[in-house]
Design a protein around this ligand. Structure first.
Ligand code: HT7
Ligand code: ZN
Length: 859
């Protein structure tokens, strides 16, 4: 497959100001008539042809200016139409079979309904078109089909007319006045019901809101609707962005490759991010729905009104929109807890990506299949990079920069460079060197050393951006570090400072410290970097107890545990240091459990141990089983030594009444945390408490928390509750996804056997991405199974990739990354992982998606 390079960008030779589409809808046969008004683009090179991209379709008729032509040709799936004048009308007829579309890209059938997914390059599977984001058109669409089968017909924009015919069909005409690229096109046809509401915008326009679901799911859409209205209001207040159509439709589908899609005026969502009630969705699900609902809505400006010039600019819309949804969720709940959660995801997913074979800059330089670049780097690191700009100029100036960006580029397909320039101009920042964050991959490492002499503390900082594939040499990047120096006696500091480390090294002096202060650095995680510091254990204990920045307090606890587990897992911990490390961790955890000044949501965060992947990141080459055993050993130690405290915390939290407020949510969070530690330390006791929590649960958070703990234990309660859970929820696919995931990611020693059996369960369906992810992606997070010394875990994932690739390549390719970490894994396992990648690479016919990921991973 061809390598597409950022440097090769050239504007398209033609403009397509208007598109008229006609769909005769059928599950097995949909006929598409498309009429394009095309004009020569004065800003591009002239061409004698127009290339209209196609993927797996054939033209049944082609006319130019009303005349059928035969002079068209096909080139690699694309339709080439010769054109001699400056303006033409091209009409093309295609026919597609949505029921055969297992890739879920383009027009596909899901549970008897028809829907589309066009980002990034799905529109070309519907009709021939310049399927690139810099071609913006005004769309008029007429849809028709059986009224029985598809009583609801939805498309982008506003409904203009509708009607019925005597033959049992009906039709609807939609018009979207906002020029948009083809990736934002959407249609839905099906038997759906709506939760309807309205929103009055700040300028007084009333917008009709509707969330469309299957009959029976309606009562689980209220939280999604509330989240949408909160997001609309927040975007007006915080970014001055108002909605711009008369209607905003959201449709939930159960077969979907990603979380959701921001099509103009017609967002399509994975049911996972729409449906919730307390009995079937966890607190985490509620938060995710709020976040994704906001994210897609925010795209209306950051993505739709201002879109991307080409797919290399993906982070322009995704990084910015993730930042916007993160800030929204911070404002809706606990700012510090949300920040900690976001950093946890970044370090668990993006840091490993940045240090592995798939590392790429937030603005990549090349790709073969763009779907492979919808990554944590583009999304989450992209958001961190923009967050740093905000940190450096402050929220008000950042807002001015964003206002300028939206004003300047409204209606355009823009670049990351355009965004940076607008922030520079609007916020008054100099971002010349900062642009390197867009060009360079790799997580910068910042070494920190604090010296004390007389009354002066000197802070030595140095940075190093590690080499990544194709980028052996790196330049220093500007790194904004929020820091404070604490007086040990008073436990206070004299104010926080923002230091920008611009060069490879810097030393800063601070006077007025008669005794060595305690350094708190990268507070609030002001920069997405790895801090390397030899902080004495007593300083970490001090910060864990005293830091007034909640993130830094969490970080001190994490550092304490990470240093211990890193050294323990690499066999570098002599028994004395081991005992001292354990003691420090025990006392930090004991104070976190009992500190009355902490709220439970924050307490729950402090009690989460650093994840397996983050600990692996600390080691050049990691032994996954050693990390797993040490981590479980530490949990057991904490669970047995703090058994009384955890049991008391569980009992206290259990007495807090059920609800959706922060207190009740915090209580649920620490209850599960208590169970996690008790299960590791005193399993017999934990079984009883967990079984009781399961039986008396009135909400999914409690029930699933208890089940998760039981799933890792050998016990009759495990069998009993797993069966009970299935029986209770067998009719709810989203809950059955949880049932698969809980078993696949469990700590149980027989997890591989469980996964093999679950893959044969009648409810397993390889065509449903949610189900595949809940079984197999969850399994890659069970180190004792995925990294089994026999290599069976790796084999299982490789087999899945090979089976799934012809069905749904986009989803299959996502499973390559866990195998791709072989270089950073202990030698014997590395050999096994590599062998599986090679086996995949030899498959006779691999998709572009999987081929690219496997090649990069072996490279
Ligand atoms: N912008 C959306 C991306 C997306 C997507 C990409 C490739 C294949 C399927 C997809 N579904 C949605 C999601 C978002 O970031 O909002
Ligand atoms: Zn997005």
């Amino acid at each position: 497959p061809q390598l597409i390079q950022r440097e090769d960008y050239a504007p398209f030779a033609w403009l397509v100001p208007e598109v008229a589409l006609r769909f005769d809808l059928g599950i097995e046969r949909t006929r598409v008539h498309s009429a394009l008004t095309v004009q020569r683009n004065a800003r591009a090179n002239t061409a004698e042809f127009i290339r209209l991209e196609g993927d797996g379709i054939t033209p049944l008729e082609v006319t130019v200016d009303g005349e059928a032509i035969n002079s068209w040709s096909m080139d690699d799936g694309d339709l080439m139409v010769p054109l001699s004048g400056d303006t033409h009308q091209i009409e093309i007829v295609t026919e597609i079979d949505p029921s055969a579309n297992t890739q879920l890209m383009g027009l596909f059938a899901s549970n008897g309904m028809l829907c589309t997914q066009c980002e990034a390059e799905g529109f070309r599977r519907i009709t021939f078109f310049p399927d690139r984001p810099d071609v913006l058109s005004v769309y008029s669409v007429r849809m028709s089909g059986s009224k029985d089968q598809f009583p609801i017909l939805l498309c982008n924009g506003n409904l203009k007319a509708s009607g019925e015919r005597p033959d049992g069909t009906h039709w609807a005409e939609w018009h979207d006045p906002w020029p948009k690229p083809s990736y934002l096109f959407a249609l839905v046809a099906g038997d759906l019901v709506a939760n309807r509401d309205t929103f009055t915008t700040s300028s007084g326009r009333e917008v009709e809101l509707a969330i469309w679901v299957r009959d029976g799911d309606l009562e689980r859409t209220d939280h999604a609707m509330d989240s949408l209205k909160r997001a609309m209001k927040w975007d007006e207040e915080t970014f001055g962005r108002e909605y711009d159509l008369d209607t905003f439709n959201v449709v939930a589908v159960s077969d979907f490759n990603m979380g959701a899609m921001e099509n103009k005026g017609l967002n399509i969502f994975n049911t996972k991010y729409v449906l919730a009630d307390r009995a079937t969705a966890t607190d985490g699900d509620y938060d995710a729905i709020e976040g994704v609902m906001a994210h897609e809505y925010f795209h209306n400006w950051s993505g739709n009104r201002v879109t991307c010039r080409d797919w290399f600019q993906l982070s322009l819309k995704e990084g910015f929109t993730v930042l916007r949804d993160q800030l929204f969720s911070q404002d809706m709940g606990s700012e510090s807890v949300k920040r900690i959660e976001d950093v946890r995801v970044l370090r668990a997913v993006q840091f490993p990506e940045d240090s592995g074979p798939l590392a790429h800059p937030i603005r990549p330089d090349s790709y073969r299949e763009i779907s492979n670049f919808y990554t944590s780097t583009v999304y989450n690191k992209g958001a961190e990079v923009i967050r740093m700009m905000r940190t450096m100029c402050g929220p008000e100036r950042f807002r001015s920069g964003c206002d300028l960006y939206f004003d300047r580029h409204d209606g355009q397909a823009a670049t990351c460079e355009d965004f940076i320039t607008a922030i520079e101009d609007g916020a008054g920042l100099d971002l010349r060197q900062f642009r390197l964050w867009y060009r360079q991959a790799g997580t910068p490492k910042v070494k920190v050393r604090l010296e004390h002499d007389g009354d002066t503390a000197t802070l030595h900082l140095s940075q190093d951006v590690p080499p990544t594939p194709g980028q052996p040499e790196k330049l220093p990047v500007p790194i904004p570090l929020r820091l404070a120096l604490f007086d040990r006696e008073s436990g206070e500091h004299e104010g926080e400072q923002l230091v920008i480390l611009e060069h490879a090294q810097a030393s800063l002096t601070f006077s007025g410290f008669a005794a060595p202060p305690v350094l708190s650095i990268n507070r609030g995680f002001s920069a997405p970097v790895a801090i390397e510091r030899d902080t004495p254990v007593e300083d970490l204990v001090f910060l864990a107890a005293n830091d007034d920045d909640p993130f830094a307090r969490y970080e001190a606890m994490q550092d304490l545990v990470v240093a211990y587990l890193r050294d323990a897992a690499s066999g570098a911990l002599a028994s004395e240091r081991r005992a001292a490390g354990q003691q420090a961790i025990l006392s930090a955890f004991a104070s976190a459990v009992t500190d009355e000044a902490l709220d439970d949501l924050m307490r729950g965060e402090l009690l989460i141990l650093p994840g397996h992947s983050y600990i692996s990141e600390q080691l050049a080459v990691a032994d996954p089983l050693a990390i797993h055993q040490e981590r479980e050993g530490l949990k057991a130690l904490l669970g047995s030594r703090l058994q009384t405290e955890f049991a008391a915390m569980h009992a206290r939290a259990s007495a807090i009444s059920d609800g959706s407020d922060a207190v009740a949510r915090g209580a649920r969070k620490v209850k599960t945390q208590a169970l996690v530690y008790l299960a590791a330390g005193v399993p017999e006791r934990a079984k009883e408490i967990a079984a009781a929590q399961y039986d008396t649960a009135t909400n999914m958070t409690d029930r699933l928390g208890a089940l998760m703990v039981l799933a890792g234990l050998r016990s009759p309660e495990r069998t009993d509750k797993i069966l009970d859970f299935y029986t209770r929820f067998r009719d709810n696919p989203l809950v059955i996804d949880k049932w698969f995931a809980i078993q696949a990611q469990s700590l149980h020693p027989d997890v591989i056997e469980h996964v093999k059996a679950l893959a044969k369960h009648p409810d397993f369906n390889i065509r449903n991405p949610n189900r595949v992810r809940s079984l197999f992606m969850a399994f890659t997070g069970a180190p004792q199974g995925f990294h089994a010394a026999s290599g069976e875990g790796y084999r299982l994932i490789a087999d899945l990739i090979l089976e799934l690739d012809p069905i749904n390549p986009q989803t299959a390719a996502r499973f390559v990354a866990p195998l791709g970490r072989w270089r950073r894994t202990e030698r014997d396992r590395a050999t096994l992982m590599r062998a599986e990648l090679e086996r995949i690479s030899k498959a006779p016919k691999l998709s572009r998606d999987t081929f690219e990921q496997v090649t990069r991973s072996l490279g």
